[in-house]
Write a new protein. Structure first.
Lengths: 955, 182
């Protein structure tokens, strides 16, 4: 049951389901509609005329186009603002509210703006809210109060936005008669077709046409739906066209996601976007009750809604005449038909909260609650603009037409010209065939050029010529502004007077007028306003429209949500093979680039103490690892590192530093020689990818003669560092046949061995903690087994896992720097104290010229120096990145790069970069804490806080 | 290839069957070996028939040319070991066992290509990506070697990728397959 007062009896083309009533509320009032109703049609069927208030003057606004493009139908639904009520379908329980009105839609206090409207002309904001600058915070509040749009709920739940890729032969934008027939013709030619329709239903303007139109629409839709080569996306918009027909489609109404961005590579693109009916500019043209002919016909024919009671119809074309017929059929009294083709005109519309009378060109007044205009079209050439076309204005037809789009972008339907429905269909068929034939040529070439593709049969086909019979161009009266001034841009509340004022202020280019007045910059993206803007400007300047030109349409074709642009979040995350064990044993995860590492197991200080006293295990799997294989491996290493590698013995390990071409430290690590021709390089966790690319770049572009292969195998090994005085004893319990004595396996050596029954393990005698330690690289599939075996066999030795935080404390105690933490994008090698590592007598190495200059260049180079720093108060731990300043000044002379409280030394310790003059041991510096307090700290001698001589490491 | 009687643990998670048209399985247990050879080597001559972008089955071993001068052997451990043992590795060649470094997932069914289109920009049309085709591409922003390896007339794609992304790709693929739920 539905007793909505404006609901008509059954209409032949209606899309509502009268068996499915839908209950909703509008502006706090309960109402009923039908499934298939748009929000606007449902509200309208209940007799409501006012849907919103205008942006600037808060004038009441009603239905204008009654579709997606209606500028007056933005509403709030729950937490979602700016919903297009002319397009979104009503749903059960929907709570629909007007936006930006106070205290109510019917009585909006901000409508007082209209009283001072003559002061709110173009550029009002720019002129008024500029000076004095000190008042900007106040201005900001005022402007925010008057800002249009709905309310955003920051607590609204996150919803899924999806994405998808597609590769089709023919992409068709527009599912009207030309688009539908083009789709069928292209598919019958063997092409894969994607047909995209902006509205919820295929058929275009045929849907609200006469019975013949409806029959044809059904026939075409049936042909499309039954063709397996055609994929149909309704309620979707081709929102952008980019290079080589890379197109973006915003797909709405999905069962599993709010929206989806479909990225399509189309061999041919057919633009069949149709025409968009254009309003006329006159006084009162934004009153509720003034609507376009198409709006009235959509209301009547699609939604069975009576748009009003007594109408004046201004018509300049057949569509206007059909609107008169539709209104009469719906029982609307036709008070007057004003036929522009006979020179008749409308002067203005008046009324308080809607049209109550219409003044005609002869100044006679007609009482009416509806003023319907059908006076011409905008050609939505956006996608053609995006393809590089510059549409040309045809004055006799009063609209723009395509000029010369690329040959893979074809135009059909109303955008291409005029004609009967049969002629449009014929043109669509020809266009579909041409698009398919051209796509076939492109497909042939792609298959030829793509090695993995099936080679095409036959010889390279010729490029099909365009032999289509062009559509005609009908004459149409040029009607843009009537005898009076009125609204040009409904969304932005820009009037024809505003445009003229802007032109008078020397903003005489249409592009400048657009930006100065914001005309065409609202959510309609110029679909209703662009041509009228140009026409008003042309009239005021006494020029032809073609002389004024038009603004350029850029993506998106229609506004698109940020969620759709972002799409599904593909943010890869990497885990070690031991991650699940860590999480099951109290590990606290932390983000380290793409990796998730374990920061601690509850007490980092205790983890440090245990490792220093007994033995600890840390999962260092994210450490970058690359096999470098081949007879020229040492040459590549010499090229990448600053030091020498040619004499590294079998089983030997060497520390190396890499610098980029500016001599800036980019990574460090150890590399071991496993066989004559096989080296295993380790890098920092974050630097692994960069170093691999860097190594390949040198190999492929600078040194292609090197016989070397590089294989990144970071995740191939679970890397476990076994550190602490009991580590040798623990390792001896799990290794077979590996002599772990200092003599047989000294510090900075590497061996392959069987560990806990797993062969092909690589055991390093290296460490980052300052303790005797071994690093075991286990084939990752067996990593968990070896980890658990180490824990089991070390129980009596006090073995316990430790996390990244404990490791960082211990490395800081040992004075080891971390690339990227203690260095930055400007840190050259000398800063780290490792200049002596650089062997500049090598024939070549990355960054060598700059290092030469940095280390031995003419004149003193004031490199900052990395030093150990001890705060005077051992309890204070300055935050990392705290500035170091000259005492009593704000002159920055350094910064703390790392800082921790050392459980071993029971005091705070830091690494810091300072100016060379402050690097002398014993120098006292001033550190500014984050709260502004200043403390003193002194530079400590040497390179380690703990075990300066490295006895424990080498023990 | 590590010799042990232990069973290697896969990092790829489980894939509950939710769709009648596409199913996903963990294929990480397969041995994977990267074979590289300069163009002047006998190895390159031996494998010249498997050109970039293509693969072939030799017995139970799938050999795919994933990059110029690089072939990926995938199959049962013993079979891959035997196949690699037959190679002439003289000169500038390298054999790297990547079994533990890379995971593998197989996506099979009539909607397999559609599922991949949710996360990979490659064209999986039959003409452009036929059976035995190979490519390297981004799948959900993870670099994968992709081999089409149809099973009993069913479209099937093998994805081989860095092991550390296993949990992530398991989650993403399980999310994406929901759209194809029966």
């Amino acid at each position: 049951m539905n007793d909505a007062p404006h609901r008509l009896p059954h209409q032949p083309g209606e899309v509502i389901d009268r068996d499915t009533p839908v209950r909703f509320s509008w502006n706090g009032r309960r109402m009923t509609g039908f499934a298939g109703d748009t929000i606007a049609s449902a509200i309208s069927s209940n007799g409501k005329r006012i849907f919103s208030r205008s942006m600037k003057y808060h004038r009441p606004r009603g239905l204008l186009t009654a579709d997606y493009w209606d500028p007056n139908l933005f509403v709030q639904i729950g937490p979602e603002p700016n919903v297009r009520a002319g397009h979104r379908l009503i749903a059960d329980g929907m709570q629909v509210k007007p936006q930006n009105v106070w205290p109510s839609l019917g009585f909006d206090v901000k409508a007082a703006n209209g009283l001072v409207g003559r002061f709110l002309t173009a550029g009002f904001y720019y002129k008024t809210f500029m000076n004095p600058a000190s008042l900007w915070p106040l201005y900001e509040k005022v402007l925010a109060t008057f800002a249009p749009g709905g309310e955003i709920d920051l607590d609204a739940p996150h919803e899924l936005y999806d994405q998808r890729y597609a590769h089709v032969d023919v992409l068709i934008a527009g599912g009207g008669p030309a688009g539908l027939s083009a789709a069928v013709a292209a598919a019958e030619r063997g092409a894969s077709v994607m047909l995209v329709e902006h509205n919820h239903h295929l058929g275009g303007h045929l849907r609200w046409g006469d019975p013949d139109d409806l029959a044809l629409s059904n026939e075409l839709v049936q042909a499309v739906r039954s063709n397996e080569r055609i994929e149909v996306l309704t309620d979707s918009t081709v929102t952008g066209r980019y290079e080589d027909n890379w197109c973006a489609i915003n797909q709405r109404t999905l069962p599993h996601a709010v929206e989806r961005l479909v990225k399509v590579r189309a061999k041919s693109l057919i633009v069949a976007a149709g025409l968009i009916e254009r309003p006329l500019v006159f006084e009162g043209n934004d009153h509720p009750g003034v609507m376009l002919g198409g709006a009235a016909r959509r209301l009547i024919n699609l939604y069975a809604v009576k748009p009003g009671e007594r109408a004046v119809v201004l018509t300049a074309n057949d569509e206007g005449d059909k609107t008169v017929a539709a209104l009469e059929r719906a029982g609307v009294e036709i008070a007057q038909v004003v036929d522009a083709r006979r020179g008749e005109a409308v002067h203005s519309a008046s009324g308080s909260k809607g049209v109550s009378s219409v003044t005609l060109g002869d100044r006679s007044k007609v009482s009416a609650d509806l003023l319907i205009t059908s006076i011409g079209w905008t050609a939505p050439t956006s996608l053609l603009n995006m393809a590089g076309d510059r549409p040309v204005y045809n004055p006799s037809a009063a609209r723009f037409f395509p000029d010369a789009p690329p040959e893979t972008v074809l135009v059909t339907g109303g955008l291409a010209g005029d004609g009967s429905v049969e002629q449009l269909v014929a043109h669509g068929v020809a266009t579909g065939r041409l698009a398919a034939d051209r796509a076939a040529v492109i497909r042939y070439r792609l298959q030829t050029l793509t090695p993995r593709a099936i080679p095409p049969e036959g010889s390279d086909p010729d490029w099909p010529a365009d032999a289509r019979t062009p559509l005609g161009v009908d004459d149409h009266p040029s009607m843009f502004r009537a005898l009076t001034h009125g609204i040009v841009d409904y969304s932005e509340d820009v009037s024809s007077k505003d445009l003229e004022a802007a032109a008078d202020e020397a903003y005489d280019s249409v592009e400048l007028v657009k930006r100065y007045t914001t005309a065409t910059m609202g959510p309609q993206q110029g679909k209703l306003e662009t041509v009228n803007t140009v026409a008003v400007l042309a009239e005021h300047r006494g020029q032809a429209i073609a002389e004024v030109g038009t603004t350029v349409w850029r993506p998106p074709y229609a506004p698109i949500s940020l969620g759709a642009l972002a799409g599904r979040a593909f943010d890869p995350v990497r885990y070690s093979a031991l991650h699940r064990w860590h999480m099951a044993h109290g590990g606290v995860p932390m983000v380290a680039g793409q990796w998730i590492r374990i920061e601690q197991y509850g007490n980092p200080a205790e983890e440090v103490r245990n490792t220093r006293a007994n033995v600890g295990l840390i999962d260092v799997s994210p450490l970058g690892k690359m096999f470098i294989t081949g007879p020229d491996a040492p040459k590549l290493l010499e090229q990448l590192y600053v030091n020498k590698w040619s004499r590294l013995p079998l089983g030997g390990v060497r520390y190396g530093v890499m610098v980029n071409e500016d001599g800036v430290v980019m990574d460090d690590g150890v590399t071991g020689r496993l066989t004559d021709d096989t080296y295993l390089m380790t890098t920092t966790t974050g630097g692994a990818g960069r170093v691999y690319e860097w190594a390949e770049m040198w190999l492929q572009t600078e040194k292609p003669e090197f016989e070397v292969f590089i294989d990144p195998v970071t995740a191939g090994f679970t890397s476990i560092n076994v550190a602490g005085p009991n580590s040798r004893q623990l390792m001896s319990r799990v290794t077979d046949g590996l002599d772990l004595s200092n003599e047989a396996f000294p510090y900075m050596n590497v061996r392959t061995a069987r560990v806990a029954g797993v062969s092909d393990c690589i055991v390093w005698r290296i460490g980052f903690t300052g303790e005797l330690s071994y690093e075991v690289h286990v084939p990752a599939g067996f990593g968990l087994h070896v980890w658990e075996e180490l824990l089991a066999h070390g129980a009596d030795l006090g073995v316990a896992p430790f996390g990244v935080e404990a490791q960082r404390i211990m490395r800081l105690e040992k004075g080891h720097f971390i690339v990227g933490q203690d260095t930055d994008g400007l840190t050259q090698l000398p800063t780290t104290g490792l200049a002596s590592l650089a062997k500049l007598d090598k024939p070549d190495s990355a960054g060598k010229p700059e290092l030469q200059w940095a280390i031995h260049g003419p004149g003193p180079r004031a490199h900052p120096v990395l030093v150990l720093l001890e705060p005077s108060d051992p309890a204070i731990v300055p935050a990392e990145a705290c500035q170091i300043v000259n005492a009593g000044t704000t002159d920055i002379v350094g910064r703390v790069t790392s800082s921790r409280f050392s459980p071993t030394l029971e005091r705070s310790i830091c690494l810091a970069q300072v100016e060379p003059s402050l690097a002398t041991p014993g120098t006292e510096v001033t550190v500014v804490l984050t709260d502004g307090e200043r403390i003193t700290a002194s530079v400590k001698e040497g390179h380690a806080f703990y075990d300066q001589e490295g006895v424990r490491t080498r023990g | 290839m590590a010799e042990t009687n232990l069973k290697a643990v896969s990092q790829v998670g489980s894939f509950p069957t939710v769709s009648p048209t596409v199913r996903i399985t963990d294929a990480s247990e397969l041995a994977k070996v990267a074979v590289k050879g300069a163009s002047s080597t006998n190895l390159a001559t031996q494998l010249a028939a498997i050109t970039p972008g293509h693969s072939t089955m030799r017995g139970t071993v799938l050999i795919g040319s994933v990059r110029p001068g690089e072939w990926l052997y995938i199959g049962p451990l013993d079979a891959v070991a035997a196949a690699v043992a037959d190679l002439d590795l003289a000169g500038h060649t390298a054999v790297t066992d990547v079994t533990h470094a890379r995971s593998a997932v197989r996506i099979t069914g009539s909607s397999a290509a559609d599922l991949l289109a949710r996360c990979c920009s490659l064209d999986f049309a039959d003409a452009m990506f036929p059976d035995e085709a190979t490519a390297t591409g981004s799948v959900a922003s993870v670099r994968c070697d992709i081999v089409r390896n149809d099973l009993e007339m069913e479209n099937s794609y093998l994805l081989v990728f860095d092991r550390s992304y296993s949990e992530y790709l398991t989650r993403i693929l399980n999310e994406l397959v929901q759209e194809f739920a029966g």
